[in-house]
Design a binder for this molecule. Structure first.
Ligand code: CTP
Ligand code: MG
Length: 236
């Protein structure tokens, strides 16, 4: 793929979560994977990209781990303050990007700090597929397993048709102006939003699903990190 034809973009990495489901001694983005922290791997794919304009990382205000990383000195990376929910962290990050000179019509790619296995081919696919899209979109993966709806008694009520169900991954790619408006209005209305796309959907727009690699997984539970460590060891 000719990357010079791809649009320029900004990256925004929400990294202010505590990682409660991981049950580790620190937030999961600071756990080690193949000699570096997870957040460093999550950043690497962007920092290596020639069309990157800059990065904002949203951090907990008392985060003691970030300043110890080499990338904290990288002039391309600025900090924003994290918020109560992921959406607050992202909204603060968008504000910071605007202060750095990002324009309303600039593309912003929001990517979880806990998603360290993003392939360059997926990043370029997203940038290429959405370059002229009026809304934006996200990497996603069609669900593979049969889906069951459970009753409160823990028994199956129904098997759900999975043919149209996708798992939402990141990066999620939107123009700064649209995303900021969507998040601000959704937060003000107190609607539940777990990713950027759901805020944009709430505005009545339909983000595009771009099929990505299933191994771009988010480290959520201990076994996810076990899996990644084995996967990466096998790759070397
Ligand atoms: N995140 C954030 N600000 C928050 C909550 C989450 O920046 N207030 C970030 C996390 O650091 C992570 C991404 O959003 O990179 C995805 O969230 P999730 O996987 O839910 O991470 P945590 O909230 O840290 O984990 P948990 O829900 O298990 O506590
Ligand atoms: Mg969370």
């Amino acid at each position: 793929m000719n990357t010079s034809a791809l649009a320029h973009f900004w990256a925004l990495i929400p990294a202010a979560g505590v990682g409660s489901r991981m049950r580790a001694d620190r937030p999961k983005q600071y756990l080690e994977l193949a000699g570096e922290t997870i957040v460093e791997h999550s950043l690497a794919c962007f920092l290596d990209h020639p069309q990157l304009q800059g990065v904002v990382v949203s951090l907990a205000f008392d985060d003691p781990y970030w300043p110890t990383l080499a990338c904290a000195q990288d002039p391309r990376i600025a900090r924003a303050e994290g918020g109560r929910e992921r959406a607050d962290s992202v909204l603060n990050g968008l504000q910071r990007l605007a202060e750095l000179g990002a324009q309303e019509s600039d593309w912003v790619l929001v990517h979880d700090a806990a998603r360290p296995n993003l392939a360059r081919s997926d990043l370029d696919l997203l940038l290429a597929e959405l370059a002229d899209d009026p809304v934006g979109g996200l990497l996603a993966v069609p669900v593979r397993d049969t889906l069951k709806r459970a009753g409160s008694d823990g028994r199956v009520q129904q098997t759900v048709d999975r043919s149209l169900i996708w798992q939402a991954y990141t990066p999620q790619m939107f123009r700064l102006g649209l995303l900021r408006r969507a998040l601000a209005q959704a937060l003000a209305a107190e609607v539940a939003i777990t990713d950027e796309a759901s805020a944009v959907e709430w505005l009545g727009q339909a983000p595009r699903l771009i099929e990505g690699r299933a191994d771009n997984l988010k480290v959520t539970r201990p076994e996810d990190l076990d899996w990644l460590r084995q996967h990466w060891a096998g790759r070397r």
